[in-house]
Design a protein around this ligand. Sequence first.
Ligand SMILES: [Zn+2]
Length: 188
Amino acid sequence: MWPVAPIMPLPTMARGYCCFNDQAVAANFLLNKGLAQRILVLDLDVHQGNGTAHIFQQDPRVFTFSMHGARNYPIRKEVSDLDIGLPDGMEDRPYLDLLREHLPRLFDIHEPDFVFFQSGVDILGTDRLGRLKITRSGCKTRDHMVFSACRAHGVPVVASMGGGYSHRLADIVEAHANTFRVAQEVFF
Ligand SMILES: [Zn+2]
């Protein structure tokens, strides 16, 4: 029989496939060193950014935004500063419309001086766990919208690769590679 894990606060636990919350560690580093004052976390992985939401729930310096499958893992969601729960089967047009609607407001309201972008590609229709129907082209447009917004506001951005569980490895690799292609296109 397996020992029952004690119930601990979320930041002390690994969840999903994640041992460490790299964005939260990096965000706290920037804040503690005085290198950033106002951070925006754009979590566009199909799973809610629950760890980040929880860690920064009481910290007004970090605004957490998560667009994720409403019926996907984790079943018990944390509370981000702004959560957009998406229905199963969502396609490019409504997905990108939602992002286009919210993205400018996040910059206007929070006025970040640093952005963390969780660029998971488990939003793809080919993904085994994602439940959405975003095309690779739609995923690339998502990345373009994020990087363009950062560029327009003159805010540095770090993109962290997130989930990707498509059957064909090439689908995952291509979508992740697009994130870097688009970053190069927008910034260099
Ligand atoms: Zn994910």
